[in-house]
Design a protein around this ligand. Sequence first.
Ligand SMILES: [Zn+2]
Length: 357
Amino acid sequence: MATITNRTLIFDCWVIPAYVSVSVPSGTRLCTIEIETKRMREISRRLFFVVLLVAPLAFGQPADGQERIRVVATTGMIADAARQIGGNLIGVQALMGPGVDPHAYRQTRTDIAAMAKADLVLWNGLYLEAQLEDFLLDLAEGARVVAVAEAVPQDLLLGSEDYDNRFDPHLWMDPELWSRVVVVVREALIDAHPPGEAVFRTNADAYLAQLQKLASYTDDALSSVPADSRVVVSSHDAFNYFGHAYGFDVVGIQGISTESEAGLRRIAELVDMLVARDIRAVFVETSVSDRNIRALIEGAAARDHRVVVGGELYSDAMGEPGTYEGTYIGMIDHNTTTITAALGGKAPDTGMQGLLN
Ligand SMILES: [Zn+2]
């Protein structure tokens, strides 16, 4: 039995003996998890019982037979940083895939099992994963859990327009700022697995050099956008760090969280702004409904001002796994190249390194 904290989470596993006839791979462990978080206790005194079949090697093993440490990350961007640094010494699972909105995401039973088994859980923090926060704070009392964006010095963070005394969580939109998060991920991996330190440092140095190249490309491309056109209008306020780093005005129809609804008055104000500033392109986001953006385009059309969708941006989630856009670098390259082209700047169609579709 592994007791994570006796108060919050109990995790029992048994390897299924050979004489038990079940149709699962040999060595599969039968696990029972009992979870009772503080929040659940407030709502209900019931215990939740989950019986799972946990396949062995779910995180894979390196070729040399060494056991990998198991890392669970909430967002794809954090998972990508961990993969780049950890190489084949770690197995990484991201809880949130393409198109998933982290502001609204709630943990599934499978997620809870993965986090309970993990050697290290990485999350963004700064209230990005608003619905997961209570669970992660509880888990952190007995397990290695790191809020990577919260380790960045506060004087580098932007305030939240939605919440007093909170910061904007979307740090990945500025590659230079995200590099600081990557360093936090490196340190968390070293703490979790000290024998891997040399490998983690070498891999992190190589990745940080690539991020520096990405920052330079982004700076060059966006500098080519005419000054009057430097406005990004999108579904929610994910792009404030981007705007701050590259001198763009950023307008989200919804606030920093996707949880608030945009009212008709907000849409009308933004139509006025599009007309007054002669803005011709707005952007949709892969992880947020485009309903408000469509309302904006229709509102502008009613005023004889033609606005087009300048493209789809990756705001809070990356593209499909296995594609270039499914990596952090591909995500930012895509956004930079799309925004530059739509707003009248100059960028190669296939982006920084010829890999964009
Ligand atoms: Zn967001």
